[in-house]
Design a protein around this ligand. Sequence first.
Ligand SMILES: Nc1nc2c(ncn2[C@@H]2O[C@H](COP(=O)(O)OP(=O)(O)O)[C@@H](O)[C@H]2O)c(=O)[nH]1
Ligand SMILES: [Mg+2]
Length: 479
Amino acid sequence: MRGRDSSSGASAASSSHNMSVLESSSRAGQVSSMLAAGASSMRDLPTAQLPHRVRAACRRLPNWCPEFRWWQRLQGVWRPLLATFFLGLLFASPLIWSSQHQHLGNRRAGYRFVGRFLHNAHGQPIYAEATKDAAATKWRPKQTVRAAIVVLARDSDCEGVLRSMARMEQRFNAKFGYPYVFLNNDPFGAGFVNRTSAATSARTLYGVIPPEHWGYPSFVDPKAAAKARMDMHRHRVLYGDRESYHHMCRYYSGFFHLHPLLQEFDYYWRMEPDVHYYCDLDYDPFLYMQEKRIKYGFVITIEELPATIPSLWATTQAFMAAHSSLLPAANLLSFVRAPSGDYNLCHFWSNFELGDVNFFRSEAYRSYFDYLDRTGGFFFERWGDAPVHSLAAAMFLNSTEVHFFQDIGYRHNSYKHCPAEQRNNCDCDALEAVAFHSPSFGVCHRRWRNFLAAEDAARLRTEAARPQPQPRVGVWRSG
Ligand SMILES: Nc1nc2c(ncn2[C@@H]2O[C@H](COP(=O)(O)OP(=O)(O)O)[C@@H](O)[C@H]2O)c(=O)[nH]1
Ligand SMILES: [Mg+2]
């Protein structure tokens, strides 16, 4: 059976072979007659006229046929050139992929290796080794600046914090992987910890505020503070009646930078629940601040409600008189001082802040805060951390140390900054920024611009008045 089968199989194979030989010899005849009839080369032949092997390939991969014919048409160096290009693309694809998906980190371990060769806009490698601490499961970009995103919140703020985090990650932090530090006067619940840590691939740290940084100091009588809150309620002082709000403002004014969890950091970005970030941020603002020695960054500056700070300016003036040696000659006082000598109420809105933690740890700042605190103004009035930070910046910093991050689109409640220039994929209407900077809202932004312009003009005047160096003329001495 097997012999007969195999012989019949062999004869079938040989007959099909003979047929294909016949077919190909007749096809060869046709091809040569086509060529004789005027086709300049085989590449000009229609598919049906292609040689046997080519047609066989076309039958197997019918969609390839046109491409194949196109490939056949290539002459000279084009074939090796294109082949090299496609092979290069094949090998580069992991690199291209991982540069687009850096935030996936070690979930794509295969790409970690190629990631080591990627560098950010400042020339630093983007990837680093996985950390071995509690966040070992999380993998993060190399930290070139010791910086963190700082969030003061309660468990009840969780939903709002998650919304802010989603925007922060989308616009900035997925690329840079800075850790989050969450602070609370009560321990965070497991729900808050689990949900916020799942919202980022960066490290997340959770800290309880020491009671001595949140409660009443020994020199403030809580009963007197309660009475002051009732007065503020009667006079409709915004948030004046909320006891926890007073503690919050005092904490951000005097203590957040002393929290043990912040000791490993030099810079912070303050984030609040339910804020919006409208534009992509492709550079690292912390690195920018470090390189330019910027100590404080803002996006919105507005006027404070006078009823919240009746005696803050007088107390600040008294401090300046008592500690004049702490004030540098170049400062920002003319930005906050009205022509009358009063406080013009302009302050940097501190729900958005990019700052140098060491500025708040400095002797000058600490003594200013202690001076204010001793008066009890955080409890008997409703001093906000925003005017306190701003007045400190005005006294102790110069114009190169405070930066308006005009390219960061931001909204907190009803106030919004939408960049008019340097719009990087912004999801907000630039015209609204114009509305925001209109006379009714933008008075402090205008004052800031005018302040910088006046400084520039003064610098130019000083430079023009400086005696110009005389051209050096060679003196020839004889003998
Ligand atoms: N842990 C804690 N955080 C608070 C408390 N009060 C306010 N915060 C936080 O402090 C920040 C400012 O508070 P918020 O109510 O947004 O004040 P507003 O921005 O001035 O309206 C936010 O990050 C809040 O989550 C509090 O009693 N405990
Ligand atoms: Mg808020």
